[in-house]
Design a protein around this ligand. Structure first.
Ligand SMILES: Cc1ncc(C[n+]2csc(CCOP(=O)(O)OP(=O)(O)O)c2C)c(N)n1
Length: 593
């Protein structure tokens, strides 16, 4: 970066500000900056671009997309897959508001995304300046930390600028953060005549300029500790008492390393393990898929004898599972439910959890003492799932229940799987398995159907491995322009859109009029996606039956770049077929989802 500034011209001060920010981010470890075009953010873009131009192996990778809404989700996907901070830069105005859908999702699952919005300086607010609004309130509620950096001027206290960047970086270990950064015009050094000369960075920046460490490493100030709750573990005595009960383990949303540790831990404790689709061990040997198990009368009654529940991980997908947890702890006050999750905050609607521990689940399990008196026991075996004959026999069409029952068998070994919201994740959880999957990704923070494709593109870009995404037609329509994001993927990227002509999850609603349901809830439509695939240069297939669906999927897995497989099903079938799968089981009445 420029070590001296030879002029006091505003453009050079602005440029210096942007260079300081980019340099400090790189020193802190930022490797991915996602950019949506705009003018006010251009000083940062030019500073980042000059790093790329100067370095043979640039420390920073830039990602560009025209739509901030999709870009935000794409960055979320990068952060999920890298499990490291990712920054997103937008210009001022409604561009920032377009980050909100991804910001609420990142907030809910505490992903390390740094939202960076460029702004006009204070004197241009509240006076009708173009593309100007209060930007802090847009993202403020959805971040763990926020800084509003003023436009730089000759008197700027630069150590404070650096300290703010470092503080936000530290905050990212707890969740997303926001930097709103103002730049004063002229924004480009080549703009207008250069006035004045002789300005050099102030002496308090000398040490930073001649080193390559982030600012906090050069000061005597201790790096602030992330505010972890101090109740990460039970006492040894509490743990032993907990283990004496008849226990069951529930695997919620976990990271793969947590799931691996869990399976070793389960063998030690001898309690049955119920898994959900995000647990990274759904369908593994010696586990019970929670949703299906709770719909079986024998297994459910055995589960009702448990008086200890150890819930490991984050959100649960299955409604029967959440209902069971809430009702067991409500009706029997002796039932002790503990939850361990790497992220703080409540996720137990119905409040079944009596004690919550915030810790990496693998570490927490690893540091539990061996139980003195654990009571090993088992649940009855899970009966084979009977997919009603009518849903598989008709070879001229595909029914969703059969598709999701089979998908687990079609997936290649060590697959990366992204499951869209609405019916796809629920049917996979209830009817399928993820036995051969290396990692399941989802957007289950606020369960939006709005940025699923863009998030999956981010995951795929980070992992550079084949990835399969399954989502509904309305979810794809929401995110259609994110098809452009897949253009740079070179590995197989297979998107299976289940086109049932609208939002079929709403078929669950007890509304008598099919017309009302279809028009106002399902938002029924007759679109197909062949032209969209063509517009964005994707490969496209629309298989008619399960056999050709499997063949098309396997071919797509060998083809570089994005392929859209459109599975057309009949509107209004999925929910009734799903109910039929469990119509013979004798479970208490409850809503399907
Ligand atoms: C952004 C957003 N808007 C609305 C909803 C409410 N919602 C949940 S599922 C759904 C329908 C989804 O339709 P589709 O993607 O076709 O899946 P299907 O229900 O057919 O499985 C809607 C509108 C939501 N979750 N997110």
């Amino acid at each position: 970066m420029s070590k001296t500034i030879m002029t006091t011209h505003w453009a050079h001060i602005t440029q210096w500000h942007a260079e300081v920010v980019i340099e400090e981010w790189i020193r802190l470890g930022l490797r991915h900056l996602c950019i949506a075009p705009g003018s006010r953010s251009s000083p940062l873009v030019l500073a980042a671009q000059s790093v790329l131009a100067e370095q043979a192996a640039p420390a920073l990778q830039l990602h560009v997309h025209f739509d901030e809404r999709g870009l935000g989700f794409y960055a979320l996907g990068l952060a999920k897959a890298y499990k490291a901070p990712v920054a997103v830069l937008t210009t001022s105005g409604s561009a920032v508001a377009n980050l909100v859908p991804a910001a609420v999702e990142a907030w809910q699952t505490r992903e390390p995304v740094l939202w960076v919005s460029a702004d006009r300086p204070t004197e241009l607010h509240h006076c009708g300046a173009n593309q100007t609004l209060a930007q802090a309130p847009l993202l403020g509620p959805w971040v763990v930390a926020q800084h509003l950096q003023q436009a730089a001027e000759p008197s700027t206290h630069w150590p404070q600028v650096l300290q703010q960047l470092d503080d936000l970086w530290t905050a990212l270990s707890e969740g997303p953060a926001h930097l709103n950064i103002a730049f004063r015009e002229p924004l480009y050094p080549t703009q207008g005549a250069i006035e004045g000369s002789g300005f050099t960075p102030p002496p308090n920046m000398n040490e930073w300029l001649h080193d390559d460490q982030p600012y906090h490493a050069l000061t005597t100030q201790a790096r602030p500790d992330p505010s972890h709750p101090d109740h990460a573990t039970p006492t040894a005595a509490e743990w032993q008492v907990f283990c004496q009960g008849q226990g069951v383990i529930i695997a919620g949303a976990l990271q793969p390393h947590e799931a691996r540790q869990l399976q070793r831990f389960q063998a030690m404790l001898g309690w049955p393990l119920l898994t959900e689709i995000q647990s990274q061990c759904h369908g593994h040997p010696d586990t019970w898929p929670a949703d299906r198990s709770l719909r079986d009368a024998n297994i459910r009654s055995a589960l009702n004898s448990a008086d200890r529940i150890l819930w490991l991980g984050d959100h649960l997908t299955s409604k029967p599972l959440m209902q069971w947890l809430a009702s067991r702890t409500e009706t029997d006050k002796q039932v002790e439910c503990w939850q361990v999750c790497s992220r703080p905050g409540r996720r137990d609607a119905g409040f079944p959890v009596k004690r919550a521990f915030t810790a990496d689940v693998a570490e927490w399990l690893n540091t539990r003492p061996h139980p003195v008196e654990a009571k090993a026991w088992n649940l009855p075996p899970l009966p084979e799932l009977t997919i009603p004959a009518s849903t598989t026999a008709n070879s001229t069409s595909i029914r969703e229940v059969a598709f999701f029952h089979l998908l687990g068998h079609w997936l290649p070994d060590q697959a990366l799987l992204f499951l869209g919201n609405s019916l796809p994740i629920r049917l996979m959880d209830s009817l399928g398995h993820a036995r051969s999957v290396a990692e399941v990704f989802t957007n289950r923070g606020v369960s939006g159907i709005d940025g699923i494709l863009a998030t999956a593109c981010g995951v795929a870009a980070a992992r550079q491995q084949p990835l399969t995404l399954v989502l509904g037609d309305q979810s794809l329509l929401h995110d259609l322009n994110s098809m452009a994001l897949a253009g740079s993927l070179t590995q197989p990227f297979v998107v299976i859109v289940i086109n049932n002509g609208g939002g079929n999850i709403f078929d669950i609603m007890p509304i008598d009029s099919a017309e009302v349901k279809s028009r106002y809830f399902m938002a029924a439509h007759e679109n197909d996606f062949a032209h969209a695939a063509a517009q964005f240069g994707w490969q496209y297939q629309a298989p008619q039956d399960l056999a050709s669906g499997q063949a098309a999927y396997q071919t797509a897995l060998t083809q570089p770049g994005p392929t859209l497989l459109e599975v057309k099903t009949t509107r209004g079938q999925a929910v009734s077929d799903w109910r039929a799968c469990f119509s013979h089981t004798d479970t208490p009445s409850q809503s399907t989802t």
